[in-house]
Design a protein around this ligand. Sequence first.
Ligand code: AKG
Length: 264
Amino acid sequence: MKIACVQMDIAFGDPETNFQRVKNYLEEAAENGAEIIVLPEMWNTGYALTQLEELADGNSRTVEFLRKFAKDRGVHVVGGSVSTKKDDGFYNTMYVADSTGELVSEYDKAHRFGLMDEHIHLEEGESLGTFKLDGETYGGVICYDIRFPEWLRAQALNGAKAIFVPAEWPAARIDHWRTLLQARAIENQCFIIAVNRIGSDPKNEFGGHSMVIAPWGEVRMDMAQDEGIGYTEIDLAEVDEVRGRIPVFDDRRVELYKKFEKAH
Ligand SMILES: O=C(O)CCC(=O)C(=O)O
């Protein structure tokens, strides 16, 4: 499966520019034979959270855009995430369109990142975020979600063999990004496909280093600070092979964990 990771700058509070940029990248990736194209977090508006009333996607523009592109070019698109306006507030939402143009996932970021004011402006998601492409199960979480191992574990337990992670992760903590992603891949024995933005906004400089990590933990691709598209081949059979080598899922002690579970 040929994966294309789009590592791009995002124009702050400027959806028109961002839609055009994303369209160009999607075209380029499809031309180059990508089978799954992955975008970064909040690519329509960036973290212009105080302007969401005016700028967030409230009329499914992103859904129609991704579905049409996916169907026209016969390619799966993991649409990073965009800011959305729903009935009860604003969300940070990941849409996935499969190569027939069907919307196969709508996942709202579950954990709000206080350092970037998400708890003030956004609502929390309540869905799991797993979905199917070509009969295989995948997961999707967004940025700060990777600090919650139990959340990615829930996706793995529900069948995810690869987990996508769109992000706007600041350069200042890029060592956390790499280490957390590698840990999530090793402990869940799955692929992690993580796409971070580059560039800056009024408050943060972003770290790039989009990466693909294999189920044994090795980094198969690291885009450093390069702008553009990174390509890697993944084979989900590797997941079964690694899960067979060390049967972590069979060795879990669920009853023991429950016995000592404590509320924070
Ligand atoms: O957890 C972090 O350090 C960064 C998280 C973040 O930037 C986000 O969730 O948007």
